[in-house]
Design a protein around this ligand. Structure first.
Ligand SMILES: C[S@@+](CC[C@H](N)C(=O)[O-])C[C@H]1O[C@@H](n2cnc3c(N)ncnc32)[C@H](O)[C@@H]1O
Length: 301
């Protein structure tokens, strides 16, 4: 991931906020611990996830490095403190947060540094929650909307799913101060105009940073695909987009336990520099509890 990609969103902060999706409400329920006093939205962007957090914790704090994104967030959530900071250097005291939540940004972090910093600001037993909310590429026509990469050939469902499973892997550095991980995913439908759907596709970092010809070819192909699925409502062409919030959570280990054996136990779990958490996974569609039938993971844009 390049710095250019990581900061590409600010160039279109207003459009980003208008067309990007918020999370499935059930995903927020699953991620935010009960009786949460302080929830930190890390890499908050324009506040799409911050707004979903408001009312779920006594105090919501947003942290975001890009001032163009922060300006939109501050205007839309005037009651939320918005701090200039990065995952690798969070401007909060030790043990201040009951939850640190990361929507659509985990893949941009320097994980070795970010995981230590998140553990520093989390209280003992606090929750680290990570999620991505995007199109459910488990359907072939939706996978084909991934417009950049090979502009002449739509991505197949299998290609899209393989790419996402790599991008959505949450791996903890050795010795990270977190317990066993759990995952869940929550499906929902998003009704939107064809034009908004195209604007949304154009907010993916790989589209923003693509060369102009690739970008135009990809978006033209996506327009045709969307029109093929469109229905007329209120005089505009609309589509019903299958969506999914894919979520991961783990608890910060109590600090006392870290002074001896626990850290060693973590280190001995897997080979190499990174260990993948063994975890539980559940899936759900809108209005259902995790564990019921669902599709694929959400998207990483
Ligand atoms: C795709 S946006 C997600 C924004 C928001 N969380 C959402 O769900 O819409 C990624 C955000 O991560 C921010 N970002 C990139 N690198 C970061 C880092 N190292 N630490 C914190 N934020 C970062 C970008 O400025 C951008 O606002």
């Amino acid at each position: 991931m390049t710095e250019e990609s990581a900061t590409s969103f600010g160039s279109m902060a207003g459009i980003y906020d208008r067309v990007r999706p918020g999370p499935a409400p059930a995903a927020v329920d699953w991620l935010v611990p009960p009786d949460c006093a302080v929830a930190v939205d890390l890499a908050a962007g324009t506040g799409l996830f911050t707004r979903a957090l408001e009312g779920r914790a006594e105090q919501v704090v947003a942290v975001e490095p890009d001032d163009r994104m922060r300006r939109v967030l501050a205007a839309r959530s005037p009651g939320v403190p918005v701090l200039d900071g990065r995952a690798e250097d969070i401007p909060l005291p030790d043990a201040r947060a009951d939850a640190v939540l990361v929507s659509h940004a985990w893949h941009w972090f320097d994980l070795e540094r970010a995981v230590k910093e998140i553990a520093r600001v989390l209280a003992d037993d606090g929750t680290l929650g990570v999620l991505w909310t995007s199109r459910d590429r488990g359907k072939e026509w939706v996978a084909g909307l991934d417009v950049i990469g090979s502009p002449d050939e739509p991505r197949t469902k299998d290609q899209a799913m393989e790419r996402l499973s790599r991008q959505h892997a949450v791996a903890m550095p050795d010795g990270a101060a977190f317990g066993a991980a759990e995952t869940a995913s929550f499906g929902f439908e998003r009704i939107m105009t064809v034009d908004d759907a195209l604007d949304w596709l154009a907010t993916a970092s790989q589209v923003i940073t693509a060369d102009l010809a690739d970008r135009a070819a990809g978006l033209a192909r996506a327009r045709e695909a969307l029109k093929g699925r469109a229905f007329l409502a209120g005089g505009t062409e609309q589509v019903s987009m299958p969506m999914r919030s894919w979520c991961w959570r783990a608890r910060r280990l109590p600090r006392l336990q870290l002074s001896g054996g626990r850290a060693l136990i973590c280190r001995s779990r897997g080979p190499g520099r990174w260990r993948r958490e063994s975890h539980l996974h559940v899936e759900a569609s809108a209005g259902q509890k995790p564990g019921s039938e669902g599709g694929a993971m959400g998207g990483c844009d």
